[in-house]
Design a protein around this ligand. Sequence first.
Ligand SMILES: NC(=O)c1ccc[n+]([C@@H]2O[C@H](COP(=O)([O-])OP(=O)(O)OC[C@H]3O[C@@H](n4cnc5c(N)ncnc54)[C@H](OP(=O)(O)O)[C@@H]3O)[C@@H](O)[C@H]2O)c1
Length: 382
Amino acid sequence: MNSATRRKRIALFGATGSIGKSTLDVIRRFPDRFELFAVSCHSNIGALEDIIDEFGPKYAIVTGEGNLKRTDLKVLRGREGLEEVAAHHEADIVLIATLGTIGIFPTLAGLRAGKRIALANKETLVAFGSVVVKELENSRGELIPVDSEHSALFQLLLGWKDDAETLILTASGGPLRKLSREEMERVQLADVLRHPTWNMGKKITVDSATLMNKGLEVVEAHWLFRFPPEKIEVVIHPQSIIHGLLRLRDGALVAHMSTPDMKVPIQYALTYPERLPSEVRSPDLPDLSSLTFESPDFDRFPLLKLAYEALKKGRGFPAVMNATNDIAVKAFLDGRIGFLDIENTVFTVVNEFEGTEEDLGALIEADLWARRKAREVVDSLV
Ligand SMILES: NC(=O)c1ccc[n+]([C@@H]2O[C@H](COP(=O)([O-])OP(=O)(O)OC[C@H]3O[C@@H](n4cnc5c(N)ncnc54)[C@H](OP(=O)(O)O)[C@@H]3O)[C@@H](O)[C@H]2O)c1
């Protein structure tokens, strides 16, 4: 059987998370097309065992503390395990849906080995975009975005790359879209986790409430599509039906719409350039009584503005912003700091940073420095 007709072997990193589960739904739906080759989790060993029992992958990787004791597959650990499987000659597609910056290591290893990287993990491009782009240019590998807005833009650019002047990313505005700064000061974790349109992991749900998520996506879009920051717009669109738009040079505006369900972009990243039938229906226009749009409020959501500034500065500023945000969001999720302390922590650390080189070693150093500083700031706040 040649590689065009045999089932594609998928390495799914972050299999136990929200994107991981949606990816398993897609794989379940196409047993003749896809085979789960490898899975990873951080510490949720029980959930990983259930996936292994159902899909029978050849490899499992645990990146955190837990122990997986099985003899029916090969068990690997940590960053090295992710790298080994990403470059494995039997893997065809590596879908990276882990949390945090560990995603850079399998991304680089997979690209170097000529794999398709389906990238959900936006932190990888935010912190190490220049490094990933360099690797991509020198390899036979492909990078296909899984994030819904970037998947939409990727698809639109297939048709209009030469005529596109500006990219537009939509944002739902998150659960706190209408709140004043005074009201934000008092919000509780439960309010923040009540996302109006998307069902996602906790970290990204908090990022949606601060609009940091959209800021990270602006940086991600820059590296994926090589548009400068001033040619990347954000618009608030609370219904999350339109995911991305292009302004074309003749005055046309083209949009990509779909029901807000991550199975749509995940399936596309796995099947591209083909399209297969989906269980998710496209929206019925008469049901969409109104699609609304607002400009983002950079005063109420200053982290979005910071992301543009960090992208313009480069020199490790996006990596520091992202790492600090990771620590601050975790502290908020753990109930240690308040909602607005997230941005206070990020601004404090970013303001102390002086910039670094754009190479992997220096960016990792900057990431680690920012995490240390952010922990100090959080400790001073509790
Ligand atoms: N959810 C969405 O709709 C969505 C949309 C676009 C992009 N993304 C991006 O996709 C990524 C995953 O998001 P998610 O919402 O699926 O997150 P999630 O539900 O929290 O799942 C995260 C996954 O990563 C694993 N993980 C946690 N910490 C890790 C670490 N330090 N190192 C390696 N693996 C770790 C988790 O394992 P355990 O279960 O063992 O903890 C889990 O499998 C994020 O980068 C997010 O920004 C998500």
